[in-house]
Design a protein around this ligand. Sequence first.
Ligand code: GDP
Ligand code: MG
Length: 162
Amino acid sequence: SLPVVALVGRPNVGKSTLFNWLTQSRDALVADYPGLTRDRHYGRCRRGAREFLVVDTGGVADTVEAVDQAALRQVEQALEEADLILFLVDAREGLTAADEDIAARLRRLDKPVVLVINKIDGEDPALAAAEFSVLGFAEPVMIAAAHGRGTAKLLARIEALL
Ligand code: GDP
Ligand code: MG
């Protein structure tokens, strides 16, 4: 079966934007992968040399009206089944307490995590890297998902880790 890459991050950092870029469609449905929930938050990425599945964990949580226990459990399940996690943060907003909470959770998972600093358009990459370095993830990848900037480098990094 295909490797699974999970997108995680607080609301509004650009998870769905990156999901759409990777899968090239909101409707890239996944129907034939046993063990994975069948919903529109899973898609296939065929952009690079290696095909993989992408799950937008924010999308999973958004299917439940409030952020309740069921939604959190679904996010946890998505993280458990992931082979690689992309942890998105927002260069425009800067570091937040929610980012630190998520980072602490991801460290306990003991899975490969790539810190992805999104919305780098109009921001100073060196300053952004310095600000988010306190999260403790080496070699962040800087992207502007809305503009496709940095995404080829991100794909290469994903492929190297799968
Ligand atoms: P999610 O809540 O994490 O899924 O975030 P979304 O993908 O819905 O994006 C939230 C907002 O950020 C939207 O208004 C996007 O257009 C915007 N956004 C996403 N990526 C970028 C980017 O690279 N640069 C800028 N400036 N805005 C972005
Ligand atoms: Mg979203």
